[in-house]
Design a protein around this ligand. Structure first.
Ligand SMILES: *Cc1c(COP(=O)(O)O)cnc(C)c1O
Length: 230
């Protein structure tokens, strides 16, 4: 299958998941996760209609952004080190992976320097896996309150990386939990915080995530094929 067919196939599966759960497809954005993949493949997927691309490394983002069309929305989805924020401030549409107040503070500082505002999501380690970055559930509300004080940083929602499982149904409780946490935060009515976005679901479980309220799904392998890290 061509990349265009892969992309269209995922769009159809998102549509079907929306139909099953009574959602509007307009409320779900497919992010094409292009990490490790060469520019010609990104261009093919862009030509197929993708305007949202996700990368997990600052260096790769910095290389790819100037080489690709200007109407693309770039999503930083990987762990972000504070000393690298300066390279992406003002260049990315959304940072999905804010996992500490100190990182948010650096994003504030670099946003001011770049004369911009930055939209972020709070990464939550819902499954409480030791190997993962992200806040633990019980810390999220106090941390959201602290981060909301940074005037150039705007929290738009939550993100989680669910475990790799054979049966995507196993991750349904995780997606449900992220959704209810987001509602609990919304109910707090914190200034400078909106909970309109839920970034959850990858190649193996994006349909379940859509059924549970995802507004962003991050799909790499099912569009671009397996990644080769050697
Ligand atoms: C790589 C990556 C994805 C995409 O994973 P696939 O299983 O290839 O779809 C999604 N989210 C994050 C944070 C990633 O690092």
């Amino acid at each position: 299958m061509s990349l265009k067919e892969n992309y269209e196939n995922i769009k159809k599966r998102i549509q079907a998941a929306c139909d099953r759960s009574g959602r509007d497809t307009k409320d779900v954005t497919l992010i094409s996760v292009s990490k490790t993949k060469p520019l010609d493949m990104l261009r093919e997927v862009y030509e197929a209609g993708s305007l949202d691309f996700g990368e997990n490394k600052v260096q790769e983002l910095s290389d790819k952004i100037p080489a690709m069309p200007g109407d693309i929305r770039w999503h930083m989805i990987g762990h972000l080190q504070r000393n690298k924020v300066k390279y992406i401030a003002g260049k990315v549409f959304l940072i999905h992976s804010v996992d500490s107040v100190r990182l948010a503070e650096e994003i504030q500082k670099q946003s001011v320097k770049a004369g911009t505002d930055t939209d972020i999501l709070i990464e939550v380690n819902v499954a409480q896996e030791d190997s993962k970055f992200g806040f633990h559930n019980e810390d999220v509300i106090p941390m959201v309150r602290e981060i909301s004080e940074f005037p150039n940083v705007h929290i738009r929602g939550l993100m989680t990386i669910a475990p790799f499982v054979d049966d995507p149904e196993e991750n349904r409780p995780i997606f449900k939990a992220l959704n209810s946490l987001s509602q609990a935060i919304q109910d707090e009515n914190i200034k400078n915080v909106t909970m309109k976005d839920l970034s959850m679901g990858m190649t193996n479980d994006f349909e379940v995530a859509v059924e549970e309220g995802a507004t962003y799904v991050r799909v790499g392998t099912a569009i671009f094929g397996e990644r080769n890290y050697t």
